[in-house]
Design a protein around this ligand. Sequence first.
Ligand code: LER
Ligand code: MN
Length: 269
Amino acid sequence: MIRPSVTVSLLSNSPKSPFLLGPDLGAAVATAAELGYPAFELFPPNLEAIDVTRIQQLLKDHAIQLSTIGTGGGWLTQQLTLIDPDATIRQRAQDYIANVIRQAAELGASAIIGSMQGRCGNRERSECLSLLGDQLGKLADVAARCGRPLFYEPLNRYETDLFNTLEATVKFLDVGLPENLQILADLFHMNIEETCTASALKMAGNRIGHVHFVDSNRQVPGRGQTDFQPIAEALREIRFQGFLAIEAFPVPTPREAAATALASFHRWF
Ligand code: LER
Ligand code: MN
């Protein structure tokens, strides 16, 4: 079953960040549940912000699920990336993500690797990819031991020079990375990078484990110019069974954006 999830950021929320609700966790989860979301995706600024006991209580109180936890805070607040030239920083990045994987698993959720993949810049590409593959492999093993998939997100060219399209990502993952390392297909990045989003989704097939459901202008689906019909058909064709998490600017207001996004979800799925 394809289900919607809504992003909740514990960093102060702004119309320029693609998170719909927050930063007050209790209020955000209450709003998500009240609007009818079955799940939410958490964006914490650091590890300390993930209060497992409190989240467990909120999940129970609001009969809602946690789908995913983002790790971008490790980049945003500590500049940690998996391919940093400094081995100490790479290890800290690895530890950060491993901790998020374990905390997420305790909450029935999976971790996402987006910004923490880093950028290669003018270093040797083969070296960067070897570091990335090594780090992702180890982290996928951590997730596998927790019985969870791990989601790796190709980003647009302005945010990474590692992998920008699903095809390049699939080719990379298929050379020896475990099956529980799955792709997070973000429809905003794909709108910038793919020749055809629907075809790319079909090509990546069962490597796709999670989707960021967002329009061409990074507003909620329905407030941009993406035609979601072929995308919905592609996801059905590949029998996608995961979450469509709405990662979009909270405009005109967080609540209105979250309500519009859910209505769009029900229109196409
Ligand atoms: C994270 O999910 C993402 O899509 C990146 O653009 C970081 O903001
Ligand atoms: Mn995303």
